[in-house]
Design a protein around this ligand. Structure first.
Ligand code: MN
Length: 238
């Protein structure tokens, strides 16, 4: 890739994602648009600086988590899909299509991890934490009894995920629920709209918290959860 096509891609990514911010649509990963190259999924920009979540998540963690892990899922997905008509689809469509066939498990794992990580970056915010308001706050109260109960339940489910996976706040029917998924699994394959996610793979917290997943979860829930992103996702689900 030459520097011209790279900067064009970067510009387009910023145009599509930077300003999209909270709206974030269907989490489309913008495709490469340069005429001379085959279509490919790109790693979307991190929506904040790598040190922006400190002291709760270090720049070192984000540089590996985003720059190595997330990048690898995107790179592997592009390798797996070389010549495939799936490269013409949105990432969300690739996740859903590949989830239905066991022989596509490698495509699914990389596509879903690419999607889940982008959703995770947006689920956190340097000025996050605190309490939601309005309709979302009311729905949390009616679904969990209180915001404090929600926080306890979210931490408990995330802590209870055995091994690698994700903990999700989702809209299901008329209420909110907390789900956990293993490895790359994601609620979007069930047609369930997530509002927020926390990554509970060890790579998300081990450099900062070692084996203390509970401390990582508390830091995220108290200080980083992006309630504006959750509210925007709730609007999408309504
Ligand atoms: Mn991860």
């Amino acid at each position: 890739m030459n520097s011209t096509s790279f900067s064009r891609r970067s510009f387009l990514q910023t145009a599509l994602f930077g300003t999209a911010g909270l709206a974030f649509g269907g989490l489309l990963l913008p495709k490469s648009v340069s005429a001379e190259s085959a279509p490919a999924f790109n790693l979307p920009p991190l929506p904040y600086a790598e040190n922006a979540l400190e002291p709760y998540i270090s720049a070192k963690t984000l540089s590996f988590h985003y720059g190595k892990h997330h990048q690898a899922y995107v790179t592997n997905l592009n390798k797996l899909l070389q010549g495939s008509p799936l490269l013409e689809k949105s990432l969300e469509d690739v996740v859903i299509a590949s989830s239905k066939s066991p022989e596509q498990s490698a495509v699914f794992n990389n596509a879903a991890q690419a999607w889940n990580h982008t959703f995770y970056w947006y689920s956190l915010h340097p000025k996050g934490g605190g309490k939601p308001s309005g309709k979302l706050a009311n729905l949390i109260d009616s679904s969990f009894g209180s915001f404090d109960n929600f926080k306890q339940e979210f931490a408990k489910v995330a802590l209870g995920q055995f091994g690698s996976g994700w903990a999700w706040l989702v809209k299901q029917g008329d209420s909110l629920k907390i789900l956990k998924t293993s490895n790359a699994d994601t609620p979007i394959t069930q047609g369930i709209q997530p509002l927020l996610v926390l990554d509970v793979w060890e790579h998300a917290y081990y450099l900062d918290y070692q084996n203390k997943r509970a401390d990582y979860l508390t830091a995220c829930i108290e200080h980083l959860l992006n309630w504006e992103f959750a509210a925007a996702n709730l609007e999408k689900a309504s």
